[in-house]
Write a protein that binds this ligand. Sequence first.
Ligand code: NAD
Length: 280
Amino acid sequence: MVVTPSSRGTHGSSLPLHGQVAFVTGSGRGLGRTIAEKLMSLGADIVLHDISEEAPARFGEVESLSALAKLLKAGGANTAAVTGDITDSAAVERMVMAAQEQLGPVSVLVNCAGGDIGADGNKPNPSTPTNFKLEDVHAVLNRNLIGTMLMSRAIAPGMMKREAGSIINVASILAHQGSAIEIGYACAKAAIAHYTRCLALELRTSGVRANVVSPGPAKTARFLATRTTDPAMLEDGPSLQRYAAPAEIADAVSFFAGPDSRYVSGQVMRIDGAAGLYAA
Ligand SMILES: NC(=O)c1ccc[n+]([C@@H]2O[C@H](COP(=O)([O-])OP(=O)(O)OC[C@H]3O[C@@H](n4cnc5c(N)ncnc54)[C@H](O)[C@@H]3O)[C@@H](O)[C@H]2O)c1
């Protein structure tokens, strides 16, 4: 979605997420950015976040996090922008405090930051169940599972006190099927799904919800820049035998963020165009 000054229109108070504050980690680019723009279009105030001010520029999407914040503001959103590493608990506490000072209590948390990025900043290689570098597995677990846990620990208690809130954790279809490659990533994402079930149970009595969105391959700038893609799968069209558009993942997140899923918690939604059909 491209944000324009009319993205949110003048009837903000009738939108389903009006009055909500959504903190979307890793929203400087890629799926996180599309999710932030979707939640904004539904009326939420948005906390943009990335590991650094420059990270959103890495694959050419936008020049910086502040530049993206300006775009969203022009589209009518109340926006705060915070930077920091989600694997660092002090940074997480600092970012959450700064965000809440600017926009008020966070009521929607989307843990989207992550990816299959090893200790040296590149895709781990080797990365099979019996051939991996320990430092890569630690880096990938930190960036995905531990970051999700630290963000949830920082934000969920306030939601519980206020008896309102929704947490959406972004996993991957690799969380749900055996994989002989990307082993740290597959295990980290599977652990995110199980952490979310445990979290949903703890939050249950306060009415706060936690769910998982598990995307299949989605056409983000990073995805397109870092792998050989199948041209037939890149085409838009009626067939589901293609890569997802980022907006198709954001739509699922917005379902879990909003009132239509008010009695749904602890669940996983696989968004893969029926590429993997199996129980559980
Ligand atoms: N694009 C896909 O095909 C796909 C498929 C399944 C799951 N996912 C998941 O969706 C999420 C977004 O993926 P994407 O394709 O948009 O990738 P992306 O690399 O464009 O976005 C990831 C964002 O997270 C940030 N980030 C990474 N590590 C961080 C850290 N330690 N602290 C703070 N920020 C950090 C990055 O800077 C970036 O802004 C990831 O969790 C990824 O694993 C993506």
